[in-house]
Design a protein around this ligand. Structure first.
Ligand code: HSE
Length: 332
């Protein structure tokens, strides 16, 4: 029974897709992407223990594969953590629209959790609630999805842009400046890769030479982005450690990679998150479109359909949207 005083509130947030690792920085770098993401609408419920989850079927993915038990759902787990931490006297009806394909390596589990906590923060309206709090709540959602609270999708989805995040830093998320005029081509082949499994196949150790080389690449990439040194970005956007261990999860990977680099102006190419999506960075939209076309052609030749997303960088992070029907604006 609802209390006679209870007044239900409703709010909606959108959180963008993201590229975990950004090729060079396994589990620490993340890049927000424009124009594709998850939307969560919250309506408060009088019962403080209740979290009811449902899906809007217009999304691109089948909601049946996503659990509606809040403890097993990334948005639900993030909200449960928030509810417990803030002793919220109400529950949530959660309506989700998955714009991000499942198991795509585009940060879908993080985006749902981020959209949920951003919407909830609007309802909770306490000045004590900072983005750092929202980050830690959403991270609990990520833990549910992949078995590890890796922050490289939650951080860019929440903050936007290019993020560096690690529990080693007191303020876990650092923004890496991105030069104007960078574009990202992200292509998702229609196969699913579960992050949990893609993590299990990784060797638990790394040899000294790979460690030294990959450290140089991460430092070079971050420096290149910070100084708008596009040559250094191009030289550094390489994954010597993780990509060789995961590339077999991606159809026709060698051909796809070759096709991306065959386009003049492709700065670098790698796997998005744990795959199967792949991405490339470049300095113009037409070149990004050409790279996406070449990659999609290789997937098609391998018998796999795909979707391409072109994003101007930096892309915005999660935000409130007026209502469920509002489409996410794209930076042209
Ligand atoms: N850093 C994570 C991984 C990202 O590569 O396993 C998953 O999107």
């Amino acid at each position: 029974m609802s209390s006679p005083k209870f007044k239900s509130l409703r709010t909606t947030a959108f959180a963008p897709a993201s590229i975990g690792n950004v090729g060079v920085g396994f589990d620490i770098l993340g890049l927000a992407i424009d124009g594709v993401g998850d939307t969560v609408e919250l309506t408060t419920l009088p019962d403080s223990n209740a979290i009811m989850i449902s899906f809007d079927n217009h999304g691109q993915t089948s909601p049946s594969a996503i659990p509606v038990d809040p403890k097993k759902n990334t948005a639900g787990a993030a909200l449960l953590t928030m509810q417990e931490d803030l002793h919220l006297p109400f529950g949530f009806n959660v309506k989700m629209r998955k714009g991000i394909p499942l198991g795509s390596g585009m940060g879908g589990s993080a985006a749902s959790a981020v959209a949920a906590v951003v919407a909830a923060a609007k309802i909770v309206r306490t000045t004590k609630l900072t983005r750092k709090h929202l980050f830690s709540y959403a991270l609990e959602g990520e833990r549910i999805a992949s078995g590890a609270a890796h922050p490289d999708n939650v951080a860019p989805s929440l903050y936007g842009g290019l993020t560096l995040s690690s529990p080693l830093f007191a303020r876990q998320v650092k923004m890496v400046p991105l030069p104007r005029g960078l574009f990202c081509a992200l292509v998702h082949p229609d196969v699913r890769v579960e992050t949990k499994l893609a993590r299990q196949i990784l060797r638990p150790d790394i040899n000294m030479q790979s460690f030294v080389h990959q450290s140089a690449l991460v430092a070079g990439f971050v420096l290149g982005c910070s100084n708008a040194d596009f040559d250094l970005i191009g030289e550094s956007l390489r994954d010597l450690v993780i990509e060789p261990q995961r590339q077999h999860l991606i159809p026709a990977f060698e051909n796809v990679k070759r096709a991306a680099y065959s386009v003049h102006g492709c700065l670098g190419f790698s796997i998005s998150g744990s795959g199967p999506s792949v991405f490339a960075l470049t300095r113009s939209r037409p070149v990004a479109e050409k790279i996406a076309h070449e990659i999609s052609t290789q997937f098609r030749l391998a018998g796999v359909t795909s979707q391409a997303y072109i994003s101007r960088l930096p892309a915005r992070g999660a935000r409130l949207v007026p209502n469920w029907r509002t489409p996410a604006k794209v930076n042209k």
